[in-house]
Design a protein around this ligand. Structure first.
Ligand SMILES: *Cc1c(COP(=O)(O)O)cnc(C)c1O
Length: 446
C-alpha cells in the first residue's frame, strides 16, 4: 500500500509562509495532484475498479505488509482518490492526505486516529451541528469525552479545559452556522503547550482564503461537499496532515502511532513512515480498512472538477456575501447581520488577520419582525432556494427555526444561540445585483 503522500512531500517549506505560495494557489487548483505522462489522459482518469491484479501472491503479500507501494482494494485506496487528495495537500501545504466518504467521516477519522476509549478532546463550541453530535454524543458513547470552550474564551479558560488524557484540540476556521472565526494561532499554541495537535475544519474558507497549517494547525479536515465540490453534486470529505506534529516527542500519548500495531505485524507508524507519513498511513490502513468510509472514485473525479475552479469561485462567493451583508445591514426590516468581514462584526479583526482576501459567502441575519417575518421572507425569495445545503454555486438559504431546529420552542432556540427570526443565507455565484433585487422584493413581501 502506498503511503498516500502528496506530490508536495519533500518540497522545501514556503520561504514566506503567510504570503503567496509558489506555484500559486490558482495554479495548484488547476494542475496539482496529477501529471500525465506521454500519451496519457489529460483529465484525472476515474479508476472504476474495486480491485487490482498482481503477478504473484508474494508481491501482494508485500502490499499487505505495507512493504511495497501499490493498490489492492478500493475500500482502502484508489488512484483517482489519491490524485485528488494530493491536490488538496498541495492547496493546504500539507505532507499527506486522504479522501473520505463525507465531511462527517473526515472529522471522525481525524479524531479517532489519535483518540481511544478514555481519551479527551477540547473543542470549540462553535462547530457544525453534525460535529457537535459526533463529539458530544456518539464519541462520548465510545468513551471519548469532549469539553467545549467558547472560541472567545480567555487563555486561562482554554488552558483549564485540558486534562492529562486530552489528545486533540478541534475547531472550525469559520464556524457553520455561527460564523465565529477561530483564533488559530492561540488555539495552536494552547494545543502544543499541552503536547497535542490542533485539528481545524477548514470547510468554509477553503485553502483559497485560509491555510490553517501556515498558522500552526497540524491536521486540516474538509467537508468537500461544500465549496470544494461547489456544485451540489457529490458528498465527500478530506483529511490532510501537515507532518509538523512530533508524535515521538509525545509517544506515551499516541501509542497508536508510536507503539507496535499488532494488526500490522508490529509496525510502528511514526518510525516506518516518519512524522509526515504516520498519521495518514495509519488512518488508511486501520480506519479505512475497518470502517470503510472511502469516497467513490466517481465522486473524487467530480470533486476534482470543482477544485479546478475553486480559486475563481471563492472570490465571487465572498463578493456576493459581502455585498448582501452590507445591503441587509442598511435595511430597517433587518435587526442584525453577521458576516465576519463586515466592519463591526465581532470577528472582523480575526477575519482580517487569517483571511485578508475574504472568507466564505455565508451571511446570517435576523429579521426585526420575528419568526413570522422570517417565514414570509423565505417564501417570497425567487432566486435563492430553501435548502439544508450551504456553500453551493446556487444561492440557498435556511430558516433553522422552522427546519433543522424545528423541534425547539423559542426559549430552547435562544439557549442554542439561534433566534426564531434567524436566516442563514449562502450566497452563490449569481450576479450580485440579482441577489440584492431578490432580497429586496422578499423584504417588501413582509
Ligand atoms: C457540512 C459540514 C460538515 C459535514 O460534512 P458532510 O460532507 O455533510 O458529511 C462538517 N463540517 C462543516 C463545517 C460542514 O459545513
Amino acid at each position: 500500500m502506498p503511503q498516500n503522500q502528496s506530490d508536495a512531500k519533500g518540497s522545501s517549506p514556503d520561504p514566506n509562509p503567510k504570503g503567496s505560495p509558489s506555484p500559486s494557489i490558482d495554479t495548484r487548483c488547476v494542475q496539482a495532484g496529477y501529471t500525465p505522462g506521454d500519451g496519457e489522459p489529460r483529465q484525472v482518469p476515474i479508476v472504476q475498479s474495486t480491485t487490482f491484479r498482481y503477478d504473484t501472491s508474494e508481491h501482494m503479500g508485500q502490499l499487505f505488509d505495507l512493504e511495497a507501494q501499490g493498490y489492492f482494494y478500493t475500500r482502502l485506496q484508489n488512484p483517482t482518490n489519491d490524485a485528488v487528495a494530493a491536490k488538496i495537500c498541495a492547496l493546504e501545504g500539507a505532507a499527506a492526505g486522504m479522501l473520505t466518504s463525507s465531511g462527517q467521516a473526515a472529522n471522525f477519522f481525524a479524531l479517532f486516529n489519535i483518540c481511544e476509549q478514555g481519551s479527551h478532546v477540547v473543542s470549540s463550541s462553535a462547530v457544525y451541528g453534525g460535529t457537535f453530535n459526533l463529539l458530544a454524543h456518539t464519541m462520548a458513547k465510545m468513551g471519548i469525552e469532549s469539553t467545549f470552550v467558547s472560541p472567545d474564551c480567555t487563555d486561562e479558560e482554554l488552558a483549564a479545559a485540558f486534562r492529562p488524557n486530552t489528545r486533540a484540540v478541534f475547531g472550525e476556521t469559520i464556524a457553520n452556522p455561527a460564523l465565529a472565526v477561530l483564533d488559530i494561532e492561540r488555539f495552536a499554541t494552547a494545543a502544543h503547550d499541552h503536547g497535542v495537535p490542533l485539528i481545524v475544519d477548514n470547510t468554509f474558507p477553503t485553502p483559497v482564503m485560509c491555510r490553517p497549517i501556515e498558522w500552526g494547525t497540524d491536521i486540516v479536515t474538509h467537508s468537500t461537499t461544500k465549496y470544494m465540490d461547489g456544485h451540489g453534486a457529490a458528498v465527500g470529505g478530506a483529511i490532510v496532515d501537515s507532518g509538523n506534529f512530533d508524535w515521538m516527542a509525545h509517544a506515551q500519548k499516541f501509542p497508536g502511532l508510536t507503539a507496535p500495531d499488532e494488526s500490522y505485524h508490529g509496525i510502528v507508524y511514526a518510525e516506518k513512515f516518519g512524522q509526515a507519513g504516520a498519521f495518514i498511513t495509519k488512518a488508511t490502513s486501520q480506519l479505512m480498512r475497518d470502517f470503510g468510509s472511502i469516497q467513490s472514485p466517481q465522486h473524487a473525479f467530480l470533486l476534482n472538477l470543482g477544485l479546478e475552479s475553486l480559486h475563481v469561485r471563492m472570490p465571487q462567493h465572498f463578493k456576493n456575501g459581502l455585498a448582501v451583508a452590507e445591503h441587509l445591514a442598511q435595511s430597517p426590516l433587518v435587526s442584525s447581520v453577521r458576516f465576519p468581514h463586515l466592519p463591526g462584526d465581532p470577528y472582523f479583526d480575526l477575519a482580517q488577520k487569517y483571511m485578508p482576501h475574504g472568507g466564505s459567502g455565508v451571511v446570517s441575519f435576523e429579521l426585526a419582525g420575528g419568526r413570522a417575518a422570517a417565514e414570509k421572507f423565505m417564501a417570497a425569495l425567487r432566486l435563492a432556494s430553501i435548502e439544508t445545503h450551504v456553500a453551493d454555486a446556487r444561492t440557498c438559504c435556511l430558516h433553522p427555526a422552522s427546519s433543522t431546529h424545528r423541534q425547539m420552542n423559542d426559549e430552547e432556540l435562544a439557549a442554542a444561540g439561534i433566534s426564531a427570526s434567524m436566516v442563514r443565507f449562502s450566497c452563490g455565484l449569481e450576479g450580485t445585483e440579482d441577489l440584492i433585487a431578490d432580497i429586496d422584493q422578499a423584504l417588501a413581501a413582509i
